[in-house]
Structure formats: C-alpha cells, structure tokens
Write a protein that binds this ligand. Structure first.
Ligand SMILES: NC(=O)c1ccc[n+]([C@@H]2O[C@H](COP(=O)([O-])OP(=O)(O)OC[C@H]3O[C@@H](n4cnc5c(N)ncnc54)[C@H](OP(=O)(O)O)[C@@H]3O)[C@@H](O)[C@H]2O)c1
Length: 318
C-alpha cells in the first residue's frame, strides 16, 4: 500500500477571497469536501447538484464549520443538456468571473440506460454533460484568467475491474456492442482524461490551465451500483482502510492541488493521480503529474476526434 499524496498545507491556507469556483456533484463525497475546503479559504463556491434538498443539506453540513466564503446551491443535471444550458445561463447572468471549474460529478458501473438526450448514461453524465458545461463557461474562464478547469477522471481509465480503458468512437453509446458497466465507466474516464488534454491545446496561450485527476480510491457513494453502501461504510470499513481506501477529505487533495498549486500551470493538459490501481506498480504510487500507462491516453488523434464528436453530439457548431 502506498502513502497518499497530500496537498501542501500552505496551499490550503491561501486566501481565496474574491475567487469564484463551480464544483459539480458538490453535495457528496469528494465534491462536498472540495466545496468545504474552498469555502474555508474564503472563496465563493457554486455547489452544483441535482436536487435543491441535497444541496441545502450539504451546505448546512459545511456551514457548521463557519467557513469564511460563500456557498451558493444551484441545480445541474448532467444527464439533461437543457439543464446544463440553464445552469450555465443562470451562472453567467449572475457572475462575471469564474476562476475554477471542477467537473467532479460522476456515476460508476450503472445499469444500461440513456440520458435525456439519448447518450449512454456514463459517457453522457461523466463526459458529454461536462463537455457542454465547459464550453458554455469557457469565455468566462478565459475572461477571468488565470483560471483552471479540473476534470475528475480515474485510474480506471487505464483498467476497470479487468476491462482495458478504450474509446469506441464508432459506438460510444454501446448500440452495436454488448453493454458492460465497467467498460462504459473506463471509456468515460478515458474520455475525461482526453478531454483535458485536447482542451488544454485549444486554450493554449489564454492562461486557462486544464488538468484531469484521479482522486484515489475513496469512501463515497460512487460504489452504490456495485456494492451496498453499508458494506463499504460499516462492515468492511476498517479492512478497506488498511487496503488503502481513503476518506473523502483525502480524496479531495488531488483536485485541490490541481486547482491551486502554482506549478500546475506548467503542466497544462496533464493527468494528476493519487495512489491508484494501474497496470504497472510504478504508476500505482500516483504522481502529480503522472504519465498514464494506458497507451490510449496518449493518442492525440483520438483526443481530437473525441473533441469533435463531443462538440457535434452536444449540439455545438464546429
Ligand atoms: N470514489 C472513488 O474511489 C473515485 C475513484 C476515482 C474517480 N472518482 C471520481 O470522483 C468523482 C466524484 O465521485 P465521488 O467518489 O465523490 O462519488 P459520489 O459521492 O457518488 O459523488 C458523485 C456526485 O456526482 C453527482 N451526480 C451523479 N449523476 C449526476 C447527474 N446526472 N448530474 C449532476 N450530478 C450528478 C452525484 O449526485 P447525487 O448525490 O444526486 O447522486 C454526486 O454529487 C467522480 O467523477 C468519480 O468518477 C472517484
């Protein structure tokens, strides 16, 4: 078991007063800890989530610690492009700046299903919804530069429970191949990494830094479609901890580092990884940044083709 990488303490004490961030999936797990830390440092954080009640509850939990910043709950359903457009529209009507966008929300190994717009759920929520969100907010991120986009990927972009991470651009939605929940998750997480890589190229020179991250193996609700939460959170918790499972606060470290560390600016488009489960021992130690052992993560042509396909699918003219 490798030691988790920790964000240097001085970064977590930097004053973020006057800075505005959006964290998707901010009501739970790694997203909630990310919102809490940014608010603690004085930032204005938009906690984006599917339901007001969940956002309000998450906000109340954070407010107990009397953060210096402001938390604004806003509704975003990444499985519905209209909701993404509405969210971005409301944000832009209210705010003239955005210093950091954290594309954190995600689902894992869900049964086969489709988003409102007909995309396979995992590629739709994890990648395509975030793709549109990022494009709609990009002019504001550019106008607010220096600014950052952090995209939550996973070590499962390499291999997820035995399935190698690949992208099938001819059949992104599993219409011609048999659906496998882990294969679809791995595909979506590889898409996250390639999204960061290609977007960084597109925004080069604008002082917008884009990275993807693996947060570690973290005790959150993400596992709920693969195992009962009580098994992870109660029954096996001490054993899983010994096996390397991190608490959500530890899971937020890589995101916070990618968002706040000055040296990340010289790694535009790179992948930052907490300790993980990779095909090589070396990669499993993690690295800020880490050279992914998956050859598909280095395929510039696939990254470019995915970018163009994503653009078309979310209805943006090229
Ligand atoms: N936990 C890990 O070990 C691990 C490892 C590698 C990568 N990651 C990545 O880390 C990110 C955060 O996950 P987590 O572990 O913190 O899991 P989590 O506690 O389940 O949080 C996921 C968040 O995504 C939100 N979400 C799901 N579907 C959505 C939709 N259609 N629209 C908007 N929001 C939606 C969830 O909202 P609801 O509460 O409404 O469902 C929740 O807020 C994910 O991208 C995941 O792939 C996690």
């Amino acid at each position: 078991m490798h030691k988790p990488l920790l964000c240097p303490s001085q970064l977590l004490h930097t004053d973020l007063t006057g800075k505005i961030f959006i964290v998707t999936g901010g009501n739970s797990g790694i997203g909630l800890e990310t919102v809490a830390q940014l608010a603690q440092q004085g930032a204005h954080v938009v906690l984006a989530c599917r339901r007001h009640i969940d956002g309000d509850q998450a906000k109340s939990r954070i407010m107990v610690h009397q953060p210096r910043g402001v938390i604004e709950v806003a509704i975003l359903d990444l499985a519905d492009l209209k909701s993404v457009k509405d969210f971005a529209g409301h944000f832009l009507a209210k705010h003239s700046h955005l210093h950091g966008l954290v594309n954190n929300a995600g689902v894992m190994n869900v049964p086969y299903g489709k988003t409102k717009d007909g995309f396979e759920t995992q590629i739709g929520v994890n990648h395509l919804g975030h793709y549109l969100l990022t494009e709609l907010l990009l002019p504001c991120l550019k106008a607010s530069a220096p600014s950052r986009v952090v995209i939550l990927s996973s070590c499962y972009h390499d291999r997820a429970v035995g399935r190698e991470g690949t992208i099938d651009l001819e059949d992104l939605h599993f219409e011609r191949r048999k659906y496998d929940g882990w294969e679809a998750y791995a595909q979506s997480k590889l898409a996250n990494l390639l999204h960061a890589k290609e977007l960084a190229k597109r925004v080069s020179g604008s002082n917008v830094v884009v990275t993807s991250v693996h947060p570690g193996w973290v005790r959150t609700n993400l596992i709920r479609n693969s195992a009962p939460l009580w098994v992870q959170d109660l029954l096996l918790r001490p054993i899983l901890r010994l096996a390397g499972m991190l608490e959500p606060k530890e899971g937020a470290q890589t995101t916070l580092y990618a968002l706040l560390a000055p040296e990340v600016a010289s790694h535009n488009g790179k992948y930052f990884s907490q300790t993980g489960f990779y095909r090589t021992k070396e990669a499993s130690k993690g690295g800020w940044p880490l050279n992914s052992p998956n050859p598909h993560a280095h395929d510039d042509q696939v990254a470019k083709n995915l970018d163009q396909l994503s653009r078309r699918l979310v209805g943006l003219s090229s």
